[in-house]
Design a protein around this ligand. Sequence first.
Ligand code: NAP
Length: 286
Amino acid sequence: MLLLHGQTMLYGIFGYPIGHSLSPLMHNTAFTHYGLDAVYLPFAVPPAHLEMALKSIVALHMGGVNVTIPHKQAVMAWMDELSPEAHLIGAINTIHLRDGRLHGYNTDGIGFLRALEEAGSDVAGCTVMLLGAGGAARAIAVQLCLSGIRRLYLANRTLARAEDLAAFLQQNVPHADISVVTLGEASLAAYLPDTDIVVNATSIGMHPHDPMLLPPYALGPRHLVCDIVYRPLHTPLLRAAQRQGARTVDGLGMLLHQGAKAFEIWTEHAFPLALIRARLLEAVAE
Ligand code: NAP
């Protein structure tokens, strides 16, 4: 049972809406595991109240917060310090109050990378096909380029958004080799033989009748296929990839590891990964 005291440290997540977040489950499990006198709450913060909510981190002397949709970009303006990744990505998912100052971080990209490492994959020297150019794709693209991949194929429904992201990466990450490719079966089939890792960072896969964004017949044992969608866990893309003999990584790993990195920033403790993964698996199965 959770016991709160006069000294209990408050953490939380700011988003709108926020009801489906799994972050309270993860962080409260970790606090309890370590016997830390801390609690993590979900806060539904409408955009008009964002500034007030951020000021309350200081006023209430909170330990820190996570930030999710739709506030990840908007909060940048109120940070006193930014990590290099947050600066490059242009979005924040973790805030730490340290010495009365708000420090902003983005742990999504590192979370994705750790999930791949856990699956035994080192991205250095790999060619990666990334589907999507939204917030999550941007975090992943920056981290991949910082981690020494050989080449990035970038595909997105709205081509201009992929082109903007590619131009940004080429300007800001030395040696980034990026090609924007059209999101279509024939186009992607042409690039898959040269690809080591495929990443779906779009929201496609969440609904049963979502289209398949790439041709499953062009996938094979040379590919590692990652989906960052975690509801459902076994997306149509991952099922198709497994049928073709490809290795797969589901979206739970990124969720787990972005939380782990935030927890390390706040508490200097490592997430109890196995315990939290088990809790997450129960939650997404519900
Ligand atoms: P976002 O910024 O809204 O971006 C959505 C992306 O999906 C864009 O690239 C968008 O393309 C694409 N898209 C949407 N509908 C599409 C369609 N019908 N056909 C083709 N492409 C379509 O969202 P986000 O924050 O990047 O999140 C993307 C997904 O990742 C969500 O499902 C989210 O739950 C998941 N996610 C998972 C984790 C994790 O820890 N596992 C972390 C963050 C996000 P356009 O640019 O053309 O609109």
